[in-house]
Write a protein of this length. Structure first.
Length: 442
């Protein structure tokens, strides 16, 4: 249906009036929304330069390559729309901003397939592509190595053996049974991290950078807007990485998940957190595996229910009731012979739509591997259930490590979660997190 159709324009305007109140207080975001609505009702999609001039007050000298304002706010608008519709019934009209375009589009139930395609991540060429010289071969070998390491975890999934008796028994514990009892699909989500390239001579990328406040290409655009001297030095190479512990954790967990699939059921999908759209969070069960710092869109509801808050970094958890600090000492210089301390974390909580979420996480690699071993141990799961009950809960283990190897662990606490209201829209944040702007770094 085209925007020239009067019924479509009426529906578009009506839906826009409902959505506008949920966009928050950002004047620029609302001005962008209003401008895109005006253009969409007129049946046209404006160019980036026009938006820069009309919405952001840029002059005729506006250079989209140097000024990322339009792209950044378009990304924020997409996220706001996703958040607005996260708790709305499936099949209702919704507004989207198609990727690669600057217009509002009205999607209904008959356009679900198109919407899913538009919400999927779209590979894009890296900034600065075409400027890399022949001396960049080593850099791309490193990129290839990252890709190979990340593939190990997925290969585990497709080559694992048939579920054994221990896996079948674990699948029937209170922790795992909500998945086998559910008719909704399950998705395994791994916590991944965005990294970008550094080109000191603004021509050739020589190393990869992980900055904890830069978690997407849009965040990099925001950073470069605030630090124009780094333009050309820091470039997007469209790359994410997984912690090495994820592959080991999946080896322990996948047989259990596979054992819990009912006859004729579908094997779970596997995706990274950076690929996870809010529609999956609403429409199925999720098993998260990774660092506590990689929780993504699961972070706020989880810590809204948790008795913990995050300290100055995700390596520090603070008990809200007692004030006790649980600090990982992974960063202490080690002689390779002295054990250190990490923390493994498990949680089970209801999702927003009758679905279920399981979190198997840790402060660092050894803790993630230990969390997976605990989640695969019928005896440990029974011990947690005895202390926390069989409903929504969280459990924290102190893990003794040697390098990246987990030696053993001790249950620190297990308790019920406070899940009331965690999925209500526009809930105030319980805390500032280390990877939020102006919140500090790990």
């Amino acid at each position: 249906m085209t925007v020239e159709d009067s019924d479509f324009r009426t529906r578009l305007a009506a839906e826009a009036a409902r959505v506008r109140t949920g966009l928050g207080r950002s004047d620029l975001l609302i001005r962008l929304f209003d401008f895109l609505l005006e253009c969409s009702l007129a049946g046209r999609a404006p160019k980036e330069i026009e938006i820069g001039q009309e919405v952001f007050g840029r002059g005729t000298e506006f250079d989209a390559l140097q000024d990322a304002s339009v792209r950044v706010y378009a990304h924020r608008l997409r996220k706001k729309l996703d958040e607005y519709y996260a708790d709305k019934p499936a099949g209702t009209d919704r507004l989207i901003v198609p990727r690669g375009e600057y217009r509002l589009k009205l999607a209904d139930a008959t356009m679900a397939a198109d919407l899913a395609e538009e919400l999927a991540p779209v590979p894009q060429p890296a900034l600065g592509e075409g400027r890399r010289g022949r001396g960049n071969g080593r850099f791309w070998m490193i990129v290839g190595l990252f890709a190979a390491i990340n593939a190990i975890g997925w290969l585990t999934y497709f080559n694992m053996r048939q579920p054994d008796v221990a896996a079948e028994r674990a699948a029937q514990t209170a922790f795992w049974k909500p998945l086998s009892d559910s008719r909704q699909p399950t998705t395994i989500v791994t916590g991944d991290y965005y990294i970008f390239g550094e080109a000191p001579d603004k021509d050739q990328v020589t190393r990869l950078v992980r900055e904890f406040s830069v978690n997407s290409r849009e965040d990099l655009d925001v950073y470069l807007m605030a630090h124009p001297a780094d333009r050309g030095r820091y470039v997007d190479v469209d790359l994410h990485y997984l912690p090495v512990s994820v592959g080991s954790a999946l080896r322990d967990l996948l047989p259990i998940i596979d054992a819990g699939i009912p006859a004729g059921g579908t094997r779970p999908a596997v995706m990274t957190m950076s690929q996870l759209p809010p529609t999956v969070l609403k429409g199925g069960n999720i098993v998260y595996v990774g660092f506590l710092s990689g929780l993504g869109i699961l972070r706020d509801p989880l810590f809204g229910a948790s008795g913990f808050k995050v300290g100055d970094s995700y390596d520090e958890l603070i008990d809200r009731k007692t004030g006790r600090h649980f600090d990982s000492d992974w960063g202490v210089v080690s002689d390779g012979k002295t054990p250190h301390r990490d923390y493994a974390y498990l949680a089970s909580l209801p999702g927003p739509n009758g679905n279920h979420l399981l979190v198997i996480a840790g402060t660092r690699d050894a803790a993630v591997m230990q969390a997976a071993e605990i989640a695969a141990d019928q005896g440990q799961l029974a011990r947690i259930a005895k202390k926390a009950g069989e409903g929504a809960f969280e459990a924290l283990y102190e893990v003794h490590t040697l390098g990246n190897q987990n030696l053993d662990s001790e249950l620190v606490l297990a308790r019920p979660l406070r899940t009331a209201g965690i999925w209500q829209p526009n809930q105030p944040a319980e805390q500032n997190f280390p990877d939020q702007p102006n919140a500090g770094h790990r």
